[in-house]
Design a protein around this ligand. Structure first.
Ligand SMILES: Nc1nc2c(ncn2[C@@H]2O[C@H](COP(=O)(O)OP(=O)(O)OP(=O)(O)O)[C@@H](O)[C@H]2O)c(=O)[nH]1
Ligand SMILES: [Mg+2]
Ligand SMILES: [Zn+2]
Length: 370
């Protein structure tokens, strides 16, 4: 242990005090290694991009990269920093850039297994106190999928809260039934039903958010995670689906993971919707959820009709004559794509992703009246 004079000690104390606002609570303070701190500073990872990071210290945000040593020493995705991580850094170029030398011990980590050989699992976020698992009450609601999220979260020692979005899209009776189904399925877990459109339930969510705590938004693409975050910020800061739909990309709207500070001092991490967690049950869920499409498909000319471009497809015909809504059709195609996607290897996915997107896009143009 290197002895420190009182000036250094005061300095260290004040830095730790400031980091507290960023979530550096007691658990982390106890893990503090003053010997290591002598060569480095401590900062928090607030954004993860391809091979770049955004970090934040008690004064400001700045871009960062990992040191060569950290990179070469890493033999699994777990050894890389993720959003929410505390890291040991050194600043360069008059504190405009940082190099990450090591990862601080993690209080919790959210990770998921990915199918395929190249990547075994992927880190979602670290040092989360509470995870919001969001499902939308229209098409995304699925107890088995919820269960898989809960398993993942419980493994990580994180407190789960379930958020059910889009209550404006279902009837009060339906809402009551779904909530009571869910309650009987998991008694101890807090469930909040809300709507980003009507604003109902938003205050209940806001009341949970505590200063110095880190929250994470989890759930399938399109359930309304970013829209909720924009509400919590009281100003739209992040892109949500409506904006993106116009360019027809049909991809996830949120594609980076970022930690955002709310005015009251709580921190929220938004994540891209997960396609690979819990989509095993999408196949059966699909025909249950879209039973009218399953019914229609019996009248398609081809038994294995994909309802995308075939001749005499009853599903496409129904979209054209308006008996099946375009939105519902799009949802169906999107969810089916996710379930197909799940079964592929990593490399197949990378290839397929582009082709499928193009196909759907061109078919939409031809078959659906604007
Ligand atoms: N009717 C209704 N629509 C909503 C609600 N919340 C969000 N939406 C709409 O759902 C679409 C998707 O919302 P996003 O917030 O982008 O969804 P996301 O979960 O962030 O999706 P990814 O970033 O792809 O993971 C947008 O068009 C929103 O306007 C809601 O409570 N009710
Ligand atoms: Mg989003
Ligand atoms: Zn068909």
């Amino acid at each position: 242990m290197i002895s420190q004079n009182s000036h250094d000690h005061d300095f260290m104390e004040s830095v730790l005090e400031h980091l507290k606002d960023l979530g550096f609570g007691q658990w982390f303070q106890e893990k503090f290694d003053s010997e290591k701190f002598n060569g480095f500073q401590i900062a928090r990872v607030i954004g993860v991009y391809k091979d770049r990071y955004m970090i934040q210290n008690e004064n400001k945000d700045m871009p960062a990269e990992i040191s060569g040593k950290l990179m070469f020493g890493a033999d699994s995705p777990l050894d890389y920093p993720t959003v929410g991580d505390w890291v040991y850094v050194r600043y360069l170029d008059e504190d405009s850039f940082a190099v990450i030398h090591d990862i601080y011990p993690r209080k919790s980590v959210l990770k998921r297994k990915t199918p395929g050989k190249q990547i075994e699992f992927q880190l979602i976020a670290a040092n989360i106190d509470t995870a919001f698992i969001m499902q939308s009450l229209d098409v995304d609601y699925n107890l088995r999928r919820l269960e898989r999220y809960l398993v993942m979260i419980h493994e990580s020692q994180i407190h789960p809260v379930v958020l059910l979005s889009k209550i404006d899209l279902i009837s009060p009776t339906e809402l009551k039934k779904k909530i009571s189904d869910m309650k009987s399925f998991m008694q101890e877990i807090q469930i909040i039903a809300f709507s980003n459109v009507s604003g109902s339930g938003l205050n209940q969510i806001k009341r949970i958010l505590k200063s110095g705590q880190t929250y994470c938004l989890l759930g399938s693409s399109g359930v309304g995670k970013t829209t909720l975050l924009n509400h919590l910020l009281d100003r739209p800061l992040f892109e949500t689906r409506t904006v993106r739909e116009k360019d027809g990309k049909g991809r996830h709207t949120t594609n980076v993971r970022q930690l955002i500070h709310l005015k009251n001092g709580a921190m929220v991490i938004d994540t891209p919707g997960m396609r690979e967690l819990g989509h095993m049950d999408v196949e059966t869920g699909l025909s249950e959820t879209f039973n009218e499409i399953a019914e229609l498909s019996k009248q398609c000319r081809f038994k294995d009709c994909s309802h995308i471009q075939e001749k005499d497809c009853a599903v496409l015909a129904a979209v054209q004559n308006g008996t099946l809504s375009e939105e519902r059709y799009r949802n169906y195609i999107k969810l089916r794509k996710e379930s197909d996607y799940y079964k592929m290897s990593y490399l197949e996915k990378r290839k397929k992703e582009r082709r499928f997107g193009k196909l759907v896009k061109s078919v939409m143009k031809h078959h659906i009246k604007k």
